[in-house]
Design a protein around this ligand. Structure first.
Ligand SMILES: [Zn+2]
Length: 434
């Protein structure tokens, strides 16, 4: 059997083009087969589960040494967002390794984590090592669209595969975030919910030259204007409170989230670049993104519609709905076009402590902080099985790497040394987690 290091595994995966164009247009099957082959050759049996032709998921279970402990889910998506080669320095599906850096779509989101996971469990299998907890590996389709063909399909159609799992880890956490010479490692412990809305205004259709006080376009525009101008109130969830406190400690900024007169915007200012980790999660948000009405300039249409991208913090769903109803007003109706739950996992859990310890073991100067993700991941789908989700795909990045900009960005890339660090951290965590 060929020895493959993590960079080769990640490069191979990047070369398998799994672009997800949305609406069902993607083919993950070759990537799922690749994963099954790499695990199969070390004796780990993989089930391939196809939700539609080509939309393939790969799931395996590694039996732990202590059957009394709950299982741990490690999941990673196999699809990637589109990349136009025209804007790139190297071809986005070349998987080229140049000067110690691996380039390509999926290098950080998230074929890196898939490769790191494969690398750890392959080395375990070869050494005859077993973890304490059962570890379920799930490599999924369709995360970059709705998850319907991937994690959603697995959670709804094959819950038995995840029997006993209480917690899961996946993307968007455990990476280096540089602030003034300090290295923060944010671990995802919550996610805002998705609330995509359709607004519909109905009015009286008529000639564009005639007076019309019941114009659907104007009513929709008023509603959209009110939503866009609304300043959502600060709502500090337990995860965001913990994030602000621990970032403050790491950066020498005094943050007392219990103060009744706490000025969160002033605190964000003091956190400097670290504010980017929290600013989108101290409030709900609702951004108008699409408008549609009319077919001719001299005809007033009877209907106008708009769409709004809303994001909702855990525990604020009711308030969000009430506020939207007030903002759109009586002339406009609204409904959910797509909705996903917010998530929250404890930051004082033994599992969170194990992740922190694994990071500090490999980077003694790591300041590990929890954070709430502004958007969502497959963890939302697996939460339906009662699995708590953490964002933990460890990478040690040099200061010039802007991780946030590389996500879905042009010239997505990752240093090979970052992947090797990730393998060491994951190995420790998955071995030690109790
Ligand atoms: Zn992703």
């Amino acid at each position: 059997m060929a020895e493959l290091d993590v960079a080769e595994l990640a490069s191979d995966l990047i070369r398998i083009d799994t672009t997800n164009r949305g609406g069902g247009d993607c083919r993950e099957r070759p990537a799922a087969e690749y994963v099954a082959e790499r695990l199969g050759e070390v004796g780990i049996e993989v089930r391939l589960l196809e939700s539609a032709p080509g939309r393939t998921n790969a799931v395996a279970r590694i039996a732990g040494s202590d059957p009394d402990r709950p299982g741990l889910l490690v999941h990673g998506h196999l699809d990637v967002v589109p990349a136009d080669p025209a804007g790139w320095s190297v071809h986005p599906f070349s998987g080229e390794i140049r000067d110690g850096v691996l380039w390509g779509r999926g290098a950080v989101d998230m074929k890196n984590m898939v490769a790191m996971t494969l690398s750890v469990v392959r080395s375990w299998a070869q050494a005859g090592h077993r973890p304490r907890r059962d570890i379920v590996l799930a490599f999924t389709a369709d995360e970059e669209d709705t998850g319907r063909y991937g994690a959603g399909y697995l959670a709804d159609g094959h819950p038995d595969l995840f029997e006993g799992c209480t917690e899961g880890i996946s993307e968007s956490g455990g990476y280096t975030f540089h602030v003034d010479g300090r290295r923060l490692y944010p671990i995802g412990a919550a996610e805002r919910g998705t609330a995509w809305l359709t607004l519909t205004a109905r009015g009286t259709a008529g000639h564009g030259s005639k007076p019309n006080r019941d114009n659907a376009v104007a009513a929709l525009a008023d509603a959209v204007h009110r939503i866009a101008g609304y300043q959502w109130p600060v709502r500090l969830t337990p995860t965001v409170r913990a994030a602000l406190t621990r970032m403050g400690e790491a950066l020498g900024v005094e943050v007392d989230t219990d103060r009744p007169d706490l000025d969160v915007d002033a605190v964000l200012e003091q956190l400097g670049p670290a504010r980017r980790l929290v600013e989108s999660t101290v409030r709900n948000s609702a951004n108008p993104t699409m408008l549609s009405a009319g077919y001719k300039v001299n005809v007033i249409p009877g209907e106008a519609t708009g769409q709004v991208d809303g994001r909702v913090l855990p525990g604020t769903e009711e308030e969000f709905e009430k506020t939207i109803t007030e903002l759109v007003g009586p002339r406009v109706d609204w409904q959910y076009y797509h909705r996903e739950v917010p998530l929250s996992a404890p930051v004082d859990s033994p599992t969170f402590a194990s992740m922190s310890a694994a990071l500090r073991a490999e980077d003694p100067d790591a300041h590990v902080v929890p954070y709430c993700m502004g958007g969502g991941t497959d963890a939302k789908q697996f939460s339906r099985l009662g699995i708590l989700g953490y964002g933990f795909a460890p990478l040690k990045l040099p200061p010039e790497f802007d991780y946030g900009a590389l996500f879905h960005g042009v010239d997505e890339r990752v240093p090979v040394s970052a992947l090797e660090f990730g393998v060491r951290v994951l190995d420790r965590f998955l071995t030690d987690v109790a």
